[in-house]
Design a protein around this ligand. Structure first.
Ligand SMILES: *Cc1c(COP(=O)(O)O)cnc(C)c1O
Length: 396
C-alpha cells in the first residue's frame, strides 16, 4: 500500500517550497507597469536584496533562471578570447565554465572532483604563474548543489590578494543565498549571481546579478555585452520600463516582496542562517548514526565543508534510487536526483533543505528515510532519528 496521499513535499534543492503567503501575494490582477505601486515596490526590493548579500554595491534584476544570471555576469565582464579560471567542484562550477567557453571565453578548468572543495593552494599556484595577469576572472561556486560542497569564498579572495592578482572574483550563490552565511563586500566578491527559486522561496523565473564598481568598470571594455543582458540600464534606468528591458515580472515581484519581508524583516537573516544550520546538523546527525551500521555516507566528509542548504548522500549500491522511489510512492516526499558529476549515480540522493523549511519538515523527511531503509532492508544504525531529535532539542 501507499501512504503518499496527502500534502506532497518536494524536498529537492530548488525549486524550493514556496510559502503560501508568497503564492497568495502573486494571486492578483496585473498592476500598471509604467507608474504607481509596482515602481514603488521595486524601490523597496532592491535594498532588501542588498541586505541579503551584505553588500552596498549594485544588483541587477533579470527575468531568467540561474543560467541566465551566469550569462549576464559573463557578458558584462569579459570579451571574446579573455582568459578565465574556472574552479570545478561539481556540475555547476564546471557548467558555468562550459557556458563561458561556448561564448568564446578562454575558460581554463581547475577541477577538484565531485567530493572535495576548492584547494586554494592549487589556485594560488595558477595565479602566481600568471605573471602577465592574463586571467581576467576566477569563477567559483559558493555551494555546488550537485555535490553539496560549500567552498570558502573568503579564502579565494585571500588567494587573489596574496598573489596580488587583479582578476575579478565571481561567485555563484544560486543555491546558498539566504541559506549559508555570506558577506559579499567583506569577502571581496566582485560579482555574485543568485536565483529566486532556492533560498529566496519565490517561483523560478527571476535572477539577480550583484556587482561592485570594479566589475562595473570591466563592463566598459566587455565586448560580449548585448542589450538584453546589459546590467547598466538595470541599475539606473532612465524610466522604469528599462529596468527589466521591457515588461516587469509583475507577479514574481509581488511574491519576492513577501519572501523578502519574511527573510529580512520578520525572521531576520541571522536567524534564517541559524535555522538552516540547525536543520542541516539534524540531518547530518541522523546520517552519521545510520552510517555506523550501514552503507550511508554523506558525499562531503567534513562538516565545515558542507552546505546548510542541500545534502548529497550515498545509501549504498542502488539504494539511492530505491529510497527515492519508496519516498515518493510510499511516503509522499520527492527527493533530489543526483547530478552527473558522480559515478554510481543510483547510490545517491539529494535532500533539499533550503528556504521555507522547518523542524517538522526535516524530521518528516528523516523519519521517512529511516522507515524506507527498514522497508527496503538497507542496514543502518537504528538510533539516527534519536540523534536528529537531540540536535533539535539542544538548539531550542
Ligand atoms: C540551481 C543552480 C544553478 C542553475 O540554476 P537554474 O535556475 O536551474 O538555471 C546554478 N548554480 C547553482 C549553484 C545552482 O544551485
Amino acid at each position: 500500500m501507499s501512504l503518499a496521499n496527502g500534502r506532497q513535499y518536494l524536498a529537492i534543492p530548488g525549486p524550493s517550497v514556496m510559502p503560501d503567503r508568497v503564492l497568495q501575494a502573486m494571486h492578483r490582477p496585473a498592476p500598471n507597469i509604467y507608474r504607481g505601486e509596482l515602481i514603488d515596490m521595486v524601490a523597496t526590493i532592491i535594498p532588501d536584496l542588498k541586505t541579503i548579500a551584505d553588500t552596498k554595491h549594485h544588483v541587477a534584476l533579470y527575468i531568467c533562471n540561474g543560467h541566465g544570471a551566469w550569462e549576464a555576469a559573463l557578458v558584462n565582464t569579459f570579451s571574446r578570447g579573455d582568459r578565465v579560471l574556472v574552479l570545478g567542484t561539481g556540475r555547476f562550477g564546471v557548467g558555468w565554465g562550459d557556458m563561458a567557453r561556448a561564448m568564446g571565453i578562454d575558460a581554463e578548468l581547475l577541477d577538484f572532483g565531485p567530493s572535495a572543495d576548492i584547494d586554494t593552494s592549487r589556485v594560488a599556484e595558477v595565479l602566481a604563474a600568471d605573471t602577465a595577469h592574463q586571467i581576467k576572472g576566477v569563477l567559483a561556486v559558493h555551494v555546488d548543489t550537485s555535490t553539496s560542497v560549500k567552498n570558502n569564498i573568503q579564502a579565494l579572495r585571500s588567494c587573489l590578494d596574496g598573489a596580488e592578482h587583479p582578476a575579478l572574483l565571481l561567485s555563484d550563490n544560486i543555491a546558498s543565498l539566504a541559506c549559508d552565511e555570506f558577506h559579499m563586500d567583506d569577502w571581496g566578491v566582485d560579482i555574485m549571481v543568485a536565483g529566486s527559486q532556492k533560498g529566496l522561496m519565490t517561483p523560478p523565473g527571476m535572477a539577480f546579478v550583484y556587482f561592485n564598481d570594479k566589475a562595473n568598470a570591466a563592463r566598459d571594455h566587455a565586448d560580449l555585452v548585448t542589450p538584453y543582458w546589459d546590467w547598466r540600464p538595470r541599475i539606473d534606468p532612465d524610466y522604469f520600463y528599462r529596468y527589466f528591458c521591457g515588461t516587469a515580472p509583475t507577479h514574481h515581484l509581488y511574491g519576492l516582496r513577501t519572501a523578502l519581508d519574511m527573510i529580512v524583516h520578520e525572521e531576520g537573516l541571522p536567524a534564517v542562517w541559524k535555522r538552516h544550520a540547525v536543520l542541516a546538523e539534524a540531518i547530518w546527525a541522523a546520517l552519521e548514526v545510520w552510517g555506523q551500521a550501514g552503507p550511508v555516507r554523506p558525499n562531503i566528509a567534513e562538516r565545515e565543508k558542507r552546505s546548510n542548504a542541500v545534502t548529497l548522500v550515498s545509501f549504498g549500491t542502488g539504494n539511492g534510487l530505491r529510497l527515492r522511489d519508496w519516498m515518493e510512492h510510499s511516503y509522499g516526499v520527492t527527493l533530489g536526483i543526483p547530478l552527473d558529476a558522480l559515478d554510481n549515480q543510483d547510490d545517491y540522493l539529494r535532500i533539499g533543505h533550503m528556504g521555507h523549511v522547518n523542524g517538522h519538515m526535516v524530521m518528516g523527511v528523516l523519519s521517512g528515510l529511516q522507515a524506507g531503509m527498514m522497508a527496503l532492508q538497507i542496514p543502518h544504525g537504528p538510533t539516527g532519528m534519536e540523534a536528529a531529535m537531540k540536535v533539535i532539542a539542544a538548539a531550542t
